[in-house]
Design a protein around this ligand. Structure first.
Ligand code: ADP
Ligand code: MG
Length: 623
């Protein structure tokens, strides 16, 4: 086109598009979900702006917040349009030509090797999945503050943008036209599209319509000369029809001209989804399958995996809200990357059914960032800016309740897991869903255990609740994970401390001389082998009425021995000599100890000093 301006894709995008085009990836269906999700995002944006500026929606059709899909079988085109926020020329260049998100290049790399496109939507590059099915794509867009433009590309490294002087004016919003590849003909079938919307986009909060063909019976004047006409009338001699005819004659009062029915094809908008929000429904009436599907749509996850747990509840009182929380089946690859800098809350905030933001990190503390879900509050004000909302006092209450519910939900995974305790085993066997819940907590722990530990460090208020969720191996756990409650149930009579030891691996710790006497005396010792454990234990001082004692540190008491005093006295000279022999800067003190069995002596860390393991961690960080 003469007025087209040419642009090159950012190198990263070009590579991504090459991968998509040449992909052998079989699930090409995902393109539709991505486009519908983009349309829905664009509608959310305009609806949000309209809260503070009513004029912005315009009038008539322009104010219709829906998504419309049309097929053109002859030209092999699918078009998807929305009356969302639209894109200015600048937006088109920026949004459909570059990828701003960090970590994209790692994703492109990963996709190239794995060929798995399931995660494309999570990386903010879902739009490009259109090239799984199309070889030429046009994006027509009109933003309130700019003219109408057409973006087009054949995925050949370049795209063009022209001011749109030939298409019908959109009013506002975006229409995406996919010129399908030869082998993607199946997407021109209405039944296929209906199935896809049902499968992947059921929980979109805007109506999705398909311009669907429909066969209708129409009555046309009967041609009396036609010989087969008589046959038709004689065939249709059912009681019902006769009655109908008589009735009509009665009403009209005079004899009706003869008519016949013929089939005719017309088209009309057919609604494909049910827009009743799942979180407004009664939890008792929502099936597991619906929750799973809802989770997949929230998380933009195309795998078949069921979330590990969910919690759907209504909070009442001063602050009213409904929420659905999910524990995903897997941790995202970058969960702990830039943990302290990134705002990565995965909760969507709605106010009275209107989507407000998914970037509200005030809703959950960082350590619960792995949860997905949604909060819809009737208490928050609608017509204020995001910034004002962020400071609203109700958010604190919401956050507090969300944390409680989240921790309850996680605790329930353990309670329902027959692997966790014998008592539960019996209960669950009776209730019958043994298999499904089995091993779920270990799975949770392997994926998100570190988050629980970070929670213990960060959240003093819920420290005890979080400590209940802690799992570890110990000298008595037999290679399995165990909990503090289980440790306590095995404690020796009169034991006042919970013993633990830190190090790099369990194998290394098993040989530690610090354990000799403890194991001989049948005390249980926890193995902490994760670097974060050293920090964790600086915050976790006690649990229930028991104190934690690092067995490699000063202060280990294994009950009083009547001979202690005597022995101390008789070895006085030796300990004194030792203290003199070792320079003062090397050791603080030399003491007689009852912590050892076979090893003659051991270096112990002072109560407030760094353990040898901590020393090692700090060194590896600075080197
Ligand atoms: P994501 O949706 O995760 O941001 P996409 O690749 O799906 O990533 O889309 C890229 C960007 O293009 C979006 O962030 C949005 O700004 C813009 N965009 C895509 N589709 C539309 C649309 N229908 N209306 C308005 N903007 C859109
Ligand atoms: Mg998208």
């Amino acid at each position: 086109r003469s007025n087209a301006e040419k642009f090159e894709f950012q190198a990263e995008v070009s590579r991504l598009m090459d991968i998509i085009i040449n992909s052998l990836y079989s699930n090409k269906d995902i393109f539709l979900r991505e486009l519908i999700s983009n349309a829905s995002d664009a509608l959310d944006k305009i609806r949000f702006l309209s809260l503070t500026d009513k004029e912005i929606l315009g009038e008539g059709d322009n104010a219709k917040l829906d998504i419309e899909i049309k097929l053109n079988k002859e030209k092999k085109i699918i078009s998807i349009r929305d009356r969302g926020i639209g894109m200015t020329k600048e937006d088109l260049i920026k949004n459909l030509g570059t990828i701003a998100k960090s970590g994209t290049s790692a994703f492109v790399e990963k996709m190239q090797t794995s060929g798995d496109l399931n995660l494309i939507g999570q990386f903010g590059v879902g739009f490009y999945s259109v090239y799984l099915v199309a070889d030429y794509v046009e994006v027509i867009s009109k933003h309130n503050e700019d003219k109408q433009y057409v973006w087009e590309s054949k995925a050949d490294g370049a795209f063009a943008i022209s001011e749109d002087t030939w298409n019908e004016p959109l009013g506002r919003g975006t229409e995406i036209r996919l010129h399908l590849r030869e082998e993607a003909g199946e997407y021109l079938e209405e039944s296929k599209l209906k199935e896809l919307v049902k499968r992947y986009s059921e929980f979109i909060n805007f109506p999705i319509y398909l311009w669907a063909t429909k066969e209708v019976d129409v009555e046309v004047p009967a041609d009396e000369d036609e010989s087969n006409d008589e046959e038709e009338t004689s065939e249709s001699s059912s009681e019902e029809e006769k009655e109908d005819e008589e009735k009509e004659e009665d009403e009209e009062g005079d004899k009706k001209p003869k008519t016949k029915k013929v089939k005719e094809t017309t088209s009309e908008w057919e609604l494909l989804n049910d827009v009743k929000a799942i979180w407004l429904r009664n939890p008792k009436e929502v099936t597991d399958e619906e929750y799973t599907k809802f989770y997949h749509s929230l998380a933009k996850d195309l795998s078949d995996e069921k979330p590990l747990a969910w919690s759907h509840f209504t909070a009442e009182g001063d602050v009213e809200f409904k929420a659905v929380l999910f524990v995903p089946p897997k941790a995202p690859h970058d969960l702990y990357e830039s943990y302290y800098n990134a705002n990565k809350s995965n909760l969507k905030l709605y106010v009275r059914r209107v989507f407000i933001s998914d970037e509200f990190d005030e809703l959950l503390p960082k350590y619960l960032n792995f949860l997905k879900g949604l909060v819809d509050s009737d208490t928050l004000p609608l017509n204020v800016s995001r910034e004002m909302l962020q400071q609203h006092s109700s958010l604190k209450t919401i956050k507090k309740k969300l944390i409680r519910k989240a921790l309850d939900m996680i605790r329930r995974i353990a309670e329902e897991d027959p692997d966790e305790t014998d008592k539960n085993k019996k209960d669950i066997e009776e209730s019958g869903d043994d298999d499904e819940k089995k091993g779920q907590y270990t799975k949770f722990w392997n994926e998100f255990g570190k988050s629980i530990k970070l929670g213990i460090i960060e959240d003093a208020t819920n420290r005890n609740r979080l400590a209940k969720l802690l799992r570890f191996e110990s000298t008595k756990s037999g290679g399995k994970l165990t909990s503090l409650d289980q440790y306590i149930s095995r404690m020796k009579k009169g034991q006042k401390d919970i013993f633990y030891i830190t190090g790099t691996t369990k194998e290394q710790l098993e040989k530690s001389p610090f354990l000799e006497r403890l194991t001989k005396k049948n005390y249980e010792v926890i193995y902490f082998t994760d670097p974060v454990d050293e920090y964790l234990m600086q915050y976790l001082m006690d649990y229930e009425e028991y104190k934690f004692q690092n067995v490699s540190k000063e202060g280990l008491k294994l009950g009083k021995d009547s001979k202690d005093k005597e022995l101390k006295e008789s070895f006085k000279e030796l300990t004194k000599w030792w203290k003199g022999a070792l320079a003062v800067e090397n050791v603080d003190d030399v003491k007689l100890s009852n912590r050892l069995a076979d090893t003659p002596c051991v270096v112990v860390t002072s109560k407030y000093g760094w353990s040898a393991n901590m020393e090692r961690i700090m060194q590896s960080q600075t080197l």
